[in-house]
Design a protein around this ligand. Structure first.
Ligand SMILES: [Zn+2]
Length: 568
C-alpha cells in the first residue's frame, strides 16, 4: 500500500479512503510482513489524525470562517466515524494474528482490554449517554444573569468576579447560585438517567458495578480503585491541613474574617488583584518565553525556536478566535501547534509554559516508529506540561535573567503553587464522591443522598471554606462539576500528574540538567511503557502514599514561605 501525501488526503472522500483500509485488511499478516504492515497502518492513522487536527484548528482560529466549519463538520459526519470503525477492524486483525510488533506490548494490552469491554448492545446506550451529556451542557449553557443592565453568561461572570470589590463578588456569586439552583430538578432528573445507563453498561459487559467497568474503559491498567483511595487518604492527612494554612494566610491577605465561596475562583483557587501585566505583543511574548527555554535547556530552546520559525504559535486573543488554550499536533510532520488567547497577563506566561510542555512531548516522541505508540495517557501527559510550568516560571524574574520584577514573579509563583496545593483536596472531593456513588448504586442514584454526601465531603476535605447561610448551594456542588456527569472518574489524573511534576521539580533543585535529561528521556518513550516506568524514567514515582505526597507538600509550603518574604 502506498499512502497518499497529506495535501491529497485532505481532499479525499470516504470512497477514496476506504481502499486504503481495505488493502491493510486483506493483507496476510505474518512475521515477515508485520513491520511493513504496521508502518502502512501507522501512516494512515497519521493522515487521519492530522486532517482532524487541521480542520478542527481552522474553526478555532476563526470561528466566523464558514468554509472551515463546513469542511470540519463534513469530515466529522462523513469521514471520521468510518475511519474509526475501519481502524477498529485493523486492531482486531492484529490481535487475532497473535503477533506482537516491537514496542507495542503495552499498546496491545490496551487494545485487548478495549476489545474485551466491547459489547454491541452498549452502543445505543453510549449514544443515549452522550445525548444526556448534551442536555447537561445545554442547561448550563442557557444560564445567564442580569448584571448592570447586561446579560452575562457564566464565562462572563467568571471574569466579572475578578474584582477587588468584595460586595460585588458576593452579589455576582449569589445571583449565579440562585440561577443555578433553579435548574436543580432538571440536573437531578438527568442524574437518575445517567446512573441507570451506567449500571446497564457495566452489567452488559459482565461487571458487577460501573466503577470496575469504567476503570478499564479509561485504560487504567497500572493502578486500582484501592490505590486511588489510598491517594485520597494521603490528601486528607497532609494536603488538607496545608490547604487550611493557605486559606488562613489568604484571609490575612484579603483582610477578611473567613474565606467565603465568592472569594475563590473555580471553587478552590485564591486570586490576586490587580492582575500583572507582563507583555504587549505576541512577538515580545514569544521572544521572552523563548529566551527562558534557551536558558533552561538548549534542546527545549531549539524546539521552541522551531515553533516560532515554522509559525506554530498563535497566541494572542482576537475577535472571532475560539476560547481557551491548547496544544495540538500535525501528525504527518510530527510538529506541535499552540493555540492561546493571551491578553498580556502574567498568567498567560504560565499557560504558555504548560502548553510548551505538551509541545515538547510531540517533538520527543517523533522517533517512535508507530503512531499507535505516541500517547502515554493523561496521567503522564500532564506531567510533561506541569513540569515545564514549575521549572520555567522562576526564570521570569530579573534576578534569574528575566524581565519581570522579583516581586511580580513571586506573586505569580505563589498563586501557582497555592492553586496546585489547593487542587488536591478539591480533587479528593470529586473522586471520593464518585467512589461512593458507584459503590452504593441505589443511594448514589438518589439526588438527596448525593447532596448530603457532597456536603459531608466538603466538610472533610475543604473545612476552611465558610458556607454559612448557603447550605443548598454547598450541597449541590456536584451538579456543577461537569466531569462527574460527562466524564466519570476522569479527574484523579491531574492530581497524580501534579505530584509527579513536583517530584521532578524537587530533583531539579539539586541537579537541573540531570532532571531535564531524564524528563526528555521519559517524553521520548511516548506510551510504550507502563505508567510506573514512565514516571521512573522521568525521575519520579507514580505514587499514592502519604510519605510521597507529604514530602511534596512540605516542599511547596517551604517555597510559599520563601515567596511571601519577597512580597511586600
Ligand atoms: Zn495540559
Amino acid at each position: 500500500m502506498k499512502t497518499p501525501p497529506f495535501e491529497k488526503f485532505l481532499e479525499m472522500d470516504w470512497e477514496e479512503i476506504q481502499p486504503l483500509y481495505d488493502d491493510l485488511e486483506k493483507e496476510q499478516l505474518e512475521e515477515e510482513t508485520l513491520t511493513a504492515w504496521m508502518t502502512g497502518w501507522s501512516d494512515l492513522r497519521k493522515l487521519v489524525d492530522e486532517r482532524y487536527a487541521r480542520l478542527s484548528l481552522a474553526t478555532e482560529l476563526d470561528t466566523t470562517d464558514e468554509e472551515a466549519e463546513k469542511a470540519y463538520h463534513a469530515f466529522l459526519e462523513e469521514v471520521y466515524p468510518k475511519t474509526q470503525t475501519a481502524d477498529q477492524k485493523l486492531k482486531e486483525k492484529l490481535l487475532a494474528s497473535g503477533l506482537v510488533p516491537d514496542g507495542m506490548e503495552i499498546i496491545l494490552k490496551k487494545m485487548r482490554t478495549e476489545a474485551d469491554l466491547f459489547r454491541e448492545e452498549n452502543l445505543p446506550l453510549m449514544t443515549e449517554e452522550s445525548k444526556l451529556g448534551t442536555q447537561y451542557n445545554k442547561i448550563f449553557g442557557a444560564q445567564t444573569i442580569e448584571w448592570g443592565g447586561e446579560e452575562l453568561t457564566l464565562t462572563q461572570v467568571k471574569s466579572a468576579m475578578l474584582t477587588t470589590d468584595r460586595n460585588e463578588r458576593k452579589q455576582l456569586w449569589e445571583m449565579t447560585s440562585e440561577r443555578q439552583l433553579a435548574d436543580r430538578d432538571a440536573i437531578n432528573d438527568l442524574w437518575v438517567k445517567f446512573m441507570g445507563i451506567r449500571a446497564q453498561l457495566a452489567a452488559n459487559a459482565g461487571f458487577k458495578d460501573y466503577r470496575s467497568f469504567r476503570w478499564l474503559q479509561r485504560l487504567r491498567l497500572d493502578y486500582s480503585p484501592e490505590d486511588s483511595k489510598r491517594f485520597l487518604a494521603a490528601v486528607k492527612q497532609v494536603a488538607v491541613p496545608a490547604a487550611t494554612r493557605v486559606y488562613q494566610r489568604y484571609t490575612k491577605r484579603l483582610g477578611i474574617e473567613s474565606v467565603r465561596p465568592w472569594d475563590l475562583l473555580n471553587n478552590q483557587t485564591t486570586f490576586n488583584l490587580p492582575a500583572i501585566q507582563a507583555f504587549e505583543t505576541e512577538e515580545e511574548f514569544i521572544a521572552r518565553v523563548g529566551a527562558i527555554f534557551n536558558k533552561l535547556d538548549p534542546v527545549l530552546g531549539g524546539y521552541f525556536n522551531t515553533m516560532r520559525e515554522s509559525k506554530l504559535l498563535d497566541l494572542m486573543n482576537r475577535k472571532g478566535k475560539g476560547p481557551g488554550g491548547f496544544c495540538t499536533s500535525f501528525a504527518t510532520v510530527g510538529l506541535p501547534f499552540i493555540f492561546m488567547n493571551s491578553v498580556g497577563r502574567g498568567s498567560d506566561l504560565r499557560v504558555l509554559f504548560h502548553e510548551s510542555g505538551h509541545a515538547f512531548h510531540v517533538f520527543e516522541r517523533i522517533n517512535l516508529p508507530y503512531h499507535h505508540q505516541w500517547r502515554p495517557g493523561l496521567e503522564f501527559a500532564e506531567v510533561a506540561s506541569t513540569t515545564m510550568e514549575l521549572l520555567a516560571e522562576p526564570y521570569l524574574a530579573e534576578d534569574r535573567g528575566g524581565f519581570m520584577s522579583v516581586e511580580d514573579v513571586a506573586i505569580s509563583r505563589l498563586l501557582n503553587l497555592e492553586e496546585k496545593l489547593l487542587f488536591w483536596p478539591y480533587m479528593a472531593v470529586v473522586v471520593a464522591f464518585q467512589h461512593w456513588v458507584y459503590e452504593n448504586h441505589q443511594l448514589g442514584t438518589d439526588p438527596a443522598a448525593c447532596d448530603q454526601k457532597w456536603a459531608e465531603l466538603i466538610d472533610q476535605y475543604m473545612p476552611a471554606i465558610n458556607w454559612k447561610g448557603y447550605e443548598e448551594v454547598k450541597q449541590t456542588g456536584w451538579h456543577r462539576k461537569l466531569h462527574i456527569h460527562l466524564a466519570p472518574f476522569y479527574y484523579i489524573e491531574y492530581g497524580l500528574a501534579s505530584l509527579g511534576a513536583f517530584q521532578i521539580m524537587a530533583k531539579a533543585k539539586k541537579d537541573q540538567a540531570r532532571a531535564l535529561r531524564d524528563y526528555l528521556k521519559a517524553l521520548a518513550l511516548g506510551g510504550t511503557v507502563t505508567l510506573p516506568e514512565l514516571y521512573r524514567a522521568a525521575g519520579a514515582e507514580l505514587a499514592f502514599d502519604t510519605a510521597t505526597l507529604g514530602e511534596v507538600v512540605e516542599l511547596i509550603e517551604r517555597d510559599l514561605a520563601e515567596l511571601e518574604k519577597k512580597i511586600s
